[in-house]
Design a protein. Structure first.
Length: 344
């Protein structure tokens, strides 16, 4: 390479003949400078390659660490440990539980607070997906439908520039679709609440839901809950020491309600086929739906007389033996031998 360059320089016409030794020295100096430049470039590339190699090794070490952690966490018991009941699987630190997507929101005032709460759960569980307020607002708007979506279309015409922070967006959203909590009305509704036909367990859920929005203390809530219970449960509670907290009162009332319901079911299960409660005494004669003398304008049977006829197996209509009221000749108009058709 330098030979051809040397020949070219020696053949130039500069008005006088060039000194071959000087020309050669100058060419060698230029070649040396270029060599030093190339060496510097090669050293720089080598250093950069070393840096890239170190980064690659660090990444590979991190990957191996993550894989080993996942392997240890997901490993199943082997050998003798496999015969034992396996423990519930645990989530690895590198895994995340997917938060359900909130339902579409159409502008219902009663569902506004719950909808915003579900969106907040999504934001908190995946903060890396919503680094800016614009991402959060876009997510909420994407779940709107009906009149709520029509409001968003009219409000944000310069999308994707929303022009407000997420906090301001939530405040405006609540002012339009939310409903103000009227504590006076909520207090009246809670005080008028009654257990009715529901179990205490079911009623307690409704009571807690309505009481959550109020700032009542424990004593006021206990009084309201006690007054809302059915009378039979209040009677049982009056015989016991007063619970200290609302939770203790609810637990005690639920236990009493369960016992009373079991007792009523047991009573219904022991009723006789004829509609009365079965006893260990003499079996009564099956009552007949037809009228007795006391039901058709005649003399009313006393309880003693009625019990005597039942125990003696006598007819409840005429008082004679040998038949019951269903086949009583006096009631049906048939004459008895040796007596007139007149009731006893």
């Amino acid at each position: 390479m330098w030979v051809s360059y040397l020949n070219k320089a020696m053949t130039e016409h500069s008005g006088h003949e060039a000194d071959p030794v000087e020309t050669l020295r100058r060419d060698l100096s230029e070649i040396g400078q270029q060599t030093h430049t190339h060496e510097a470039i090669l050293r720089s590339l080598s250093n950069q390659q070393d840096i890239n190699t170190q980064r690659t090794e660090q990444i590979m070490a991190m990957v191996q660490t993550l894989v080993s952690r996942t392997s240890v966490t997901d490993a199943q018991p082997q050998g003798a440990a496999a015969s034992r009941v396996p423990s519930p699987p645990r989530m690895s630190a590198n895994r995340s539980i997917a938060t359900p997507v909130p339902d579409k929101y159409a502008g219902d005032a009663a569902a506004c607070r719950g909808f915003l709460l579900q969106c907040s759960l999504v934001f908190n569980s995946s903060p890396h997906c919503f680094p800016r307020d614009e991402n959060k607002i876009a997510y909420v708007v994407g779940l709107l439908t009906g009149k709520a979506l029509r409001w968003a279309e009219a409000r944000f015409q310069d999308y994707p520039n929303f022009g407000v922070s997420f906090q301001k967006f939530v405040e405006e959203f609540r002012s339009i679709f939310g409903q103000d909590l009227d504590t006076t009305a909520l207090s009246r509704n809670l005080w008028r609440l009654r257990q009715g036909q529901r179990s205490v367990a079911e009623f307690s859920i409704d009571f807690r839901t309505q009481a959550a929005a109020l700032g009542w203390d424990s004593g006021a809530l206990k009084s309201a809950f006690f007054q809302a219970l059915n009378g039979s449960i209040r009677d049982e509670l009056m015989l016991l020491d007063e619970p200290k907290t609302l939770d203790e009162l609810m637990t005690l009332a639920i236990r009493i309600d369960g016992r009373l319901r079991d007792r009523n079911r047991d009573r219904l299960g022991r009723r006789s086929p004829w509609g009365g409660v079965s006893t260990s005494g003499p079996s009564p004669v099956p009552p007949h739906p037809d009228p007795e003398p006391m039901q058709i304008g005649r003399t009313r049977l006393s309880p003693e007389e009625r019990q005597r006829r039942l125990e003696s197996r006598l007819c409840l209509f005429c008082g004679e033996s040998g038949h019951f009221i269903a086949a009583c000749p006096l009631r049906t108009g048939t004459k008895l031998p040796g007596r007139k058709n007149s009731p006893a």
